[in-house]
Design a protein around this ligand. Structure first.
Ligand SMILES: *Cc1c(COP(=O)(O)O)cnc(C)c1O
Length: 392
């Protein structure tokens, strides 16, 4: 037998982390890494936050899981907190980002079909989007590398160029139910939607009675310096998918919606065995306790600006390697003039620095949101050394 016990769907590197220490990781062989990947925008409190660990330990001691057959004081409290903090009136808890997106898409379809419009099911999505790896969420993305081997896709999606409002308008037809967008594309290469584009989507949705869905699985939960990225654009979505950072490392997600948007999500229409279990709710509450305050948002913005300006100064030294810095808050991307994946591997293997490759030859810089000036100094030292001895 040659297949590995872990299904070989990931090209895993040979760093094998066994312990976390704030913004660093320690591997099985004792090497120490500066973690500016954060488990892909998940560990926003770093790896050893006492509040998060304490909350999970305490809840694990008390009650981990009961199912959604029973009343949920823990779920009600976290849902109320999210409702108070956002545009939303109601929340469905999931275990992952893809499930949060699934719930968002079902909510958008049910909005129309609950009112008798059975023929409204199509969702407009954007080129280079990433929405997850389930059948519906790969169908929602135009990326052929995710489709290959898994045909046929689910029908009901139309792909439009990211940022192109005219093409979005032209794609709206009698079957359109909603528009789904990452306000800041993550996997696609840290592309920030312009204010004109995002506001334009809101106007198109309003004019055509469409549900505007924001996939904030990567850019949400204080990553951009606001609790959710929509706050940067002066508009609100109807439905929002959140996950990754919301559990700080504990697997959970949520679909947030307005009362109007959720009109079809009545008893019996949706569910999840684990979703919203007491252990996940304790993790989510501990994360919000730490991040959902103006002081924390200001910290993220300050660190984001420092890191960005250091990066912008630095890349000027290597015009053959780097093109530009883009992003919002601590969701940053460095676009390279060469392939980014081998450079990410070089930083990791030779310089003990973890980042994440993304589409469009971008190096994603996604540090824990609790970084300090010292971490930025260490990052710049490692990056400088990595650029100096890199042979593309
Ligand atoms: C990671 C991601 C997802 C999928 O989340 P999973 O937890 O891996 O299912 C969906 N949308 C965006 C924008 C993401 O970055």
């Amino acid at each position: 037998m040659s297949i590995t016990p872990l299904m070989p769907v990931y090209p895993r590197c040979d760093v094998r982390p066994v312990r976390g220490d704030n913004c660093h990781l320690v591997s099985e062989d004792g090497r120490r890494f500066l973690d500016f990947a954060s488990g892909i925008a998940v560990n926003l409190l770093g790896h050893s936050h006492p509040g998060l660990i304490g909350a999970i330990q305490k809840q694990a001691d008390t009650l981990m899981h009961v199912s959604n057959l029973y009343g949920s004081p823990q779920g009600e409290a976290l849902a109320q907190r999210l409702v108070d903090l956002t545009f939303a009136d109601t929340v469905f808890f999931t275990n992952s980002g893809a499930e949060a997106v699934e719930c968002a898409m079902k909510t958008a379809r049910a909005y129309h079909q609950h009112a008798g419009n059975e023929d409204r099911y199509e969702i407009i999505t954007f080129a280079n989007a990433f929405h997850g790896r389930t059948m519906a969420t790969i169908s929602a993305s135009n990326q052929e590398k995710m489709h290959k081997g898994f045909m046929p896709l689910l029908p009901g999606f139309r792909y439009v160029e990211f940022g192109n409002l005219e093409a979005t308008k032209a794609a709206i037809g009698p079957h359109t139910a909603g528009i789904m967008v990452e306000p800041v594309q993550g996997e696609g290469g840290i592309r920030v939607g312009t204010e004109a584009f995002i506001k334009g989507l809101r106007e198109l949705a309003d004019a055509n009675d469409l549900m505007l869905i924001f996939d904030e699985v990567q850019c949400g939960v204080a990553r951009t310096g606001k609790l959710y990225a929509y706050e940067h654009f002066g508009i609100e979505p109807d439905i929002l998918a959140t996950a990754k950072g919301i559990g700080g490392g504990f697997p959970m997600g949520a679909c947030l919606a307005t009362e109007k948007a959720a009109r079809g999500m009545v008893a019996g229409t949706h569910g999840s065995t684990y979703g919203g279990n007491p252990l996940a709710m304790a993790a989510g509450m501990a994360v919000l306790d730490a991040v959902a305050n103006d002081e924390f948002f200001a910290h993220v913005r300050t660190m984001g600006e420092k890191l960005r300006s250091r990066l912008e100064q630095f890349i000027g030294n290597y015009p053959d390697l780097f093109v530009e810095v883009r992003g919002l808050g601590l969701m940053l991307g460095v676009k390279m003039a060469v392939e980014s994946r081998p450079f990410v591997a070089h930083l990791r293997d030779r310089h003990g620095l973890l980042t994440v490759a993304a589409g469009d030859n971008v190096v994603r810089v996604l540090p824990p949101l609790v970084i300090t000036d010292e971490h930025i100094d260490e990052f710049m030292e490692k990056l400088s050394a990595g650029a100096a001895d890199y042979q593309p």
